[in-house]
Design a protein around this ligand. Structure first.
Ligand code: MLT
Length: 235
């Protein structure tokens, strides 16, 4: 049977060889939820950057610049990090360069993986099916917050472990812990996450509606995949 493991923070990536794995990068609040929304609404591709200045510089090559630092839009960038900004007709068939505090850092740290795909609750079933049908072992990489474990990414990892329990076997205890947590939280994830650090941070920034949107499963049947440094939809 194939296996699934969970890296709860990018700072633990040295413990997980990725060369033979499909990596699912997850940053529920809000980077990977934005990426899924943007591509599902017709954006041509998203180029993720760990480095803010490199992201800014590529605008000259015909990209819109997008992203945040510490939850707030980067000065001079075209778009921030709310999924609602990406339901925008103006962005159809356009290319976006994207940098965020944690999500795009987690993608950078996953380089070398056999495949890199993007997961979020809003494309949960599509990712589940993709992994079920694939032949590779799975590693879920939680973007977390500046190296510290967070609840929302762990819940998503647990949802995948739960959905795949008849097809893919947990590799270690992190997937089991995530699965238990998800089963505790799944009836009311918004309530479960009320006291979590990033929900409190977003609330302080008056960002409320993004939270509920990002926690609503299965809004888009798409699986973004990193190919030649660009996230695209292949199917
Ligand atoms: C990140 O990449 O850290 C997040 O997407 C932060 C945010 O919610 O803006």
């Amino acid at each position: 049977m194939k296996t699934i493991d969970v890296c709860l923070s990018p700072d633990l990536m040295h413990l997980y060889p990725v060369g033979d794995r499909v990596v699912v990068v997850v940053d529920i609040l809000r980077a990977t939820s934005c990426m899924v929304t943007a591509l599902a609404h017709g954006v041509k591709s998203i180029r993720p950057f760990a480095n803010l200045e490199e992201c800014r510089a590529i605008k000259a090559q015909g990209y819109y610049t997008a992203g945040e630092r510490n939850g707030e839009k980067v000065e001079g960038f075209d778009f921030g990090n709310s999924p609602f900004e990406y339901m925008n007709k103006k962005l159809k068939d356009e290319k976006i360069a994207f940098t965020t505090t944690n999500g795009t850092q987690a993608i950078a740290k996953s380089q070398g993986a056999k495949e890199i795909i993007i997961g979020s609750f809003i494309n949960l079933s599509a990712v589940t099916e993709y992994l079920k049908n694939g032949s590779n072992n799975v590693l879920v990489v939680c973007a977390a917050w500046k190296g510290k474990v967070n609840l929302e990414d762990t819940l998503f990892a647990g949802a995948l472990v739960e959905n795949l329990k008849n097809n893919i076997e947990p590799d270690c205890d992190a997937p089991l812990a995530a699965q238990h947590l998800y089963n505790l939280a799944k009836k009311d994830m918004v309530g479960f996450l009320k006291g979590s650090s990033h929900v409190k941070r977003l609330n302080r920034l008056n960002i409320h509606k993004d939270i509920e949107f990002c926690l609503t499963p299965d809004q888009y049947p798409v699986v973004p995949k990193l190919i030649n440094n660009e996230l695209i939809l292949t199917q």
